[in-house]
Design a protein around this ligand. Structure first.
Ligand code: ADE
Length: 225
């Protein structure tokens, strides 16, 4: 999977892909993340990316041209399955979407908004999908884009090993994950559930299933509907 991320503040995206599992996935060539600085596609000598909103009001609006120029260049190089715009009024991102996108998409563009947003005509004519990571407003789409890219990349076969397997994730069967424990079995009297030390794998699996259902009922009953 190749993910091209378009940003006015590309420095915000330097961290997430330079460490740990995502870094390894990129180094191994199973995922490619290319970050583009929209300023490189600005027309004027001031590298302007935004302008005042028609009709007045607070906040600047991102210009059409730099975004279109960058996307046109990318589309001339390869086919894209989707041009995704990160926005709080988009479709709410969840694990089901991550699973589907990770399986079905080969190349995607993720556009990060800033200021008051992007000119609506980009959304009408260029963007093909709009995604929100939650009902709150971030200063820009970069952190949201990193969340989506992370969730997609970790689902690519071979990115996770047995210990980090996606099969036991929360949400994977519409259930939250059960609690986990490691050594010591007794820390200042805080004991690990006896069953996990029993060596009886069938009983352990049953216990984990029960705990997953209990936790989901308590914390996210909406998932069981
Ligand atoms: N940009 C700003 N807030 C956002 C959110 N909640 N989801 C996606 N993109 C955003």
């Amino acid at each position: 999977m190749r993910i091209d991320i378009l940003s006015a503040v590309p420095k915000l995206l330097e961290g997430p892909f330079s460490h740990s599992i995502l870094k390894r996935a990129i180094e191994n060539g199973v995922a490619e993340v290319v970050i583009h600085n929209l300023r490189d596609y600005a027309y004027d000598k001031h590298k302007k990316l935004d302008d005042y909103a028609f009709g007045g009001g607070a906040g600047m609006v991102m210009l059409i041209e730099p975004i279109e120029r960058c996307i046109d260049k990318l589309k001339a190089e390869r086919e894209y399955d989707e041009v995704i715009y990160m926005t709080p009024d988009g479709e709410l991102f969840n694990q089901k979407m991550a699973n589907q996108m990770s399986v079905n998409y080969k190349n995607i563009i993720i556009l990060c908004g800033h200021y008051k947003g992007i000119d609506e005509r980009i959304r009408e004519h260029i963007v093909t999908r709009e995604i929100s990571v939650g009902d709150y407003v971030l200063t820009g789409g970069e952190l949201a884009a990193a969340i989506v890219a992370d969730a997609l990349i970790r689902l690519i076969p071979s990115v996770l090993n047995d210990e980090t397997s996606a099969l036991t994730d929360s949400f994977q069967d519409d259930l939250l994950a059960p609690p986990v424990y490691t050594r010591p079995a007794d820390y200042k009297g805080w004991k690990v559930p006896e069953i996990l030390l029993s060596g009886n794998q069938k009983k352990i699996d049953e216990w984990r299933e029960e705990q997953a259902i209990k936790r989901t009922k308590e914390r996210r009953p909406d998932l069981l509907d």
